[in-house]
Design a protein around this ligand. Structure first.
Ligand code: G3P
Ligand code: CA
Length: 293
């Protein structure tokens, strides 16, 4: 395992706040990160994409309509489906990335009282952060982060990504520059479904902790995959990981961080299997379980 990985070790299972504590604040905002920190998460996970003018921003979907007010903005009526890669940073920064939460109540936390009126008052006007801002927040709080580079070559609907995509190498170079600028090389876990990004990162910054993201279909041989990529961590969806995978990867010194684990019974099961970390929308629940062990 690489040096950097040890800086991420705590001696117990890691609690990783998925897109921040996205159950209680609008995902991938600085407020969601703040809530993750308050709820005891060891690090937060965020999603990185490029704007039309080549800036790194923190947003999950390849379109802006679910988590911003773009669809209700008259000036953007003709810009559907509102792809992140078609908007400049200035345009993105003018969007409200918080008000949607009140309408959607995405985790039922408003209905259940987990998110109060005082909390809700903070959401309108939240902005999509730049990666620079997100890492500044992380560094300022002496925290740690799992930066996920999204696969920008293909959209969720299967259509091709922006023809202006500068290539994996250029994206990884820019992300690494930002991580270095904030002094977070020892406090960052870099992950991607786009494994070529991991290969570039391994070459450009050999000490950085890397994680292979996989979903939908279990790789034939997760150990071989991780060995080939030179990663210190394996990030499977919770529906494709097996107890044998966890044991086999552990034996190779590869950490298994499962996503997205939100139910207490599942958290206990994966902890019993020996996972290294849980990527969760509800860090408070996760941290509570970890503290009692
Ligand atoms: O990094 C774990 C998880 O975030 C990967 O899936 O779609 O939530 O980015 P997604
Ligand atoms: Ca993610």
């Amino acid at each position: 395992p690489r040096e950097g990985y040890y800086a991420l070790r705590t001696g117990r299972v890691l609690c990783i706040a998925h897109r921040g504590a996205r159950s209680v604040a609008p995902e991938n905002t600085i407020l969601a990160a703040q809530r993750g920190l308050e709820e005891g998460a060891d690090l937060w996970e965020l999603d990185v994409q490029l704007t039309a003018d080549g800036q790194l921003v923190v947003v999950h979907d390849d379109t802006l309509d679910r988590t911003t007010d773009v669809a209700s903005r008259p000036e953007y009526t003709g810009r559907a489906p509102w792809r992140v890669c078609d908007f400049t940073l200035d345009e993105l920064r003018g969007l409200d990335a918080g008000s949607w939460y009140q309408t959607a109540d995405p985790h039922g936390q408003i209905a259940s009282g987990g998110v109060t009126a005082d909390d809700l008052a903070l959401f309108p006007g939240l902005r999509i952060p730049t990666l620079d801002e997100a890492l500044a927040f992380t560094a300022d709080h002496g925290w740690r982060v799992n930066v996920e580079i999204k696969d920008m070559t293909v959209n969720a609907d299967g259509s091709p990504g922006s023809p202006d995509y500068p290539g994996d190498e250029a994206v990884v170079r820019a992300v690494l520059e930002c991580i270095r600028a904030h002094g977070l090389l020892e406090r960052t876990l870099l992950s991607s479904f786009r494994h070529d990004c991991l290969r570039h990162a391994a070459r450009m910054e050999p000490g950085l902790a890397l994680a292979a993201l996989v979903e939908d279909v279990r790789p034939d041989d997760p150990v071989a995959l991780c060995r080939d990529l030179g990663v210190v961590a394996y990030h499977p969806g919770d529906d494709i990981v097996t107890e044998a995978d966890v044991a086999g990867l552990r034996a190779m010194g590869v950490a298994v961080n499962v996503w997205t684990v939100n139910e207490e019974a599942d958290m206990r099961r994966f902890i019993d299997w020996g996972v290294a970390g849980l990527i969760t929308d509800v860090p408070l629940l996760c941290w509570g379980l970890l503290r009692e062990r």
